[in-house]
Design a protein around this ligand. Structure first.
Ligand SMILES: [Zn+2]
Length: 481
């Protein structure tokens, strides 16, 4: 286990020469101990305004940022960008609320296992190759913006193919970077105001030149893992109880800029984020165990325990088995810190024990050929699906709104027959759910009476949901026999 602090100080001791002040200085927060060590070595490169709760509000020179970034053998920028001195100082007082809004339970074993069976590494491989082909996704390069727009188009095509009208994407423009982020939303059917969010950064960086920054593991692999989760959820026509959001962030590599602006807006708007999980570097297997849960002080131990429980339940044996362990990543090491910073429960499962992760990140050698298999990322896609389905839960259908006067239903020979009693509208769509609330059948109709064949389903209780052209909907329980 390697602490970020030892990385910074070890490097700085080797190169304790004065750095000429040049470029633009940046307001930030960082680990307070790191800030003091840097101040001793480079008194002109850093101004410390205030320290509190192990964090310091600082002004750091651009030159120092490059030195830290290029040489610290850990992940992430090591500091969190702040827009002003005032914002940096305010951030020291932000108290994280690490009480998740929901009880994390494991109840959807059958459905989750069906989804895990569908995870396909070929898709992940193709997406990593797609993203590395931009050459660079450094936040101020035109290729970075193009990668975000293409990512949105990729999601939009998946949504269009699924026929879903409750799944949308949007571009999020930022203040402190020209690069946008992109967000996919699956509307929650029952409690849409509760959000379960996953994400990863889509920008890249490299030394010596940000023009040559393919960023395959960091972090095309994370984005590709997210895409595969979305693809499987749409293939299984998963309608969540809570709202799910999937985010591809701009400008993580320059201080978590994209995720910080989004998380702050969510906090300011009082959005209930039940949990946030980060996927940043999933491709390279550098340690004995497979997935490493980061245990830094700002992470939610409740959420980490839940991810561990999910892996105990789904991945301890059988076709989807893999192992997990724990590690620490340091201050501001990825976008989950932005969510924790704004009081939300956040976690970050990582590809290896820190120090044993992909040695080529932040160089031009971070290409797919270095690890050359999607198998490690497949494990993260599976964990992500387990988390999304179990934390967001499938749509729960209640029979409370059943109105026997509105529609007449009878079942014979595994055929569901229906007729509207009041012919003011037509039936537009029929969906059938099992008793666990999972949608197992859906058909578009355009009539007042008709029937659907359900021969493929076992005998038992089911729920039929009728959506009418006029927007009304009726739900009824029936027995298939
Ligand atoms: Zn990264």
């Amino acid at each position: 286990m390697k602490k970020f602090t030892s990385g910074i100080v070890a490097f700085l001791l080797f190169s304790a020469v004065a750095i000429a002040q040049q470029g633009t200085s940046v307001y930030a927060t960082m680990d307070a101990t790191d800030a003091v060590s840097i101040k001793e070595l480079f008194p002109n490169e850093i101004t410390i305004f205030e320290s509190k709760h192990t964090q310091a509000a600082v002004l750091i020179s651009e030159e120092l940022i490059h030195k830290i970034h290029d040489n610290v053998k850990t992940h992430g920028p090591g500091y969190i960008f702040r827009a002003s001195e005032e914002k940096a100082i305010q951030a020291l007082d932000r108290t994280a609320n690490r009480n998740p809004l929901v009880d994390f339970t494991i109840t959807e074993t059958t459905f989750v296992n069906e989804c895990l069976d569908l995870v396909d590494g070929t898709n992940i491989e193709n997406d990593i190759l797609d993203l590395q082909s931009y050459g660079t996704r450094y936040h101020n390069k035109p290729q970075a913006e193009q990668a975000v727009l293409d990512q949105q188009a990729k999601w939009d095509a998946m949504i269009l193919a699924s026929g879903r009208t409750d799944v949308h994407t949007r571009i999020y423009e930022h203040v402190n970077t020209p690069m946008p982020s992109v967000i996919l939303t699956i509307d929650g059917a029952n409690t849409p105001n509760e959000f379960v969010i996953i994400g990863g950064h889509i920008d890249s960086t490299a030394s010596p030149s940000n023009n040559d920054s393919s960023g395959a593991d960091d972090n095309a692999s994370g984005i590709a893992s997210l895409n595969e989760m979305v693809r499987v959820l749409l293939e299984k026509d998963f309608v969540p109880n809570r709202t799910i959001e999937v985010m591809a962030f701009a400008a993580e590599e320059i201080g978590l800029v994209g995720s910080a602006e989004i998380a702050e807006e969510y906090a300011n708007n009082g959005i209930n984020v039940a949990a946030y999980v980060q996927f940043d570097m999933t491709g390279y297997q550098g340690s004995n165990s497979d997935i490493y849960l980061t245990t830094d002080w700002y992470n939610s131990s409740t959420l980490n325990n839940y991810l561990a429980a999910l892996m105990d339940n789904y991945n301890a044996s059988g076709a989807h088995s893999f192992t997990y362990n724990y590690t620490e990543c340091g201050y501001g090491c990825s976008d989950h810190a932005s969510w924790a910073d704004n009081g939300f429960a956040a976690a970050f499962p990582f590809e290896a024990d820190f120090g044993e992760h992909n040695p080529n990140i932040h160089t031009s050698a971070d290409t797919y050929s270095f690890f050359n298999t999607p198998e490690h990322s497949v494990k993260f896609a599976k964990l992500g699906l387990e988390f999304l389905i179990e934390a967001a839960k499938p749509q729960i259908l209640s029979v409370d709104d059943f109105s026997e006067n509105a529609i007449r239903v009878f079942v014979k020979d595994k055929t569901l027959n229906y007729r509207l009693n009041n012919t003011v509208s037509n039936v537009k769509e029929i969906s059938v759910y099992n008793v666990a609330g999972q949608k197992i059948f859906s058909e578009v109709m355009n009539n007042e009476e008709g029937s659907v064949q359900l021969q493929q389903f076992a005998q038992g209780f089911y729920i039929a949901h009728f959506t009418l052209e006029n927007g009304h909907a009726f739900t009824t329980k029936f027995i298939l026999n």
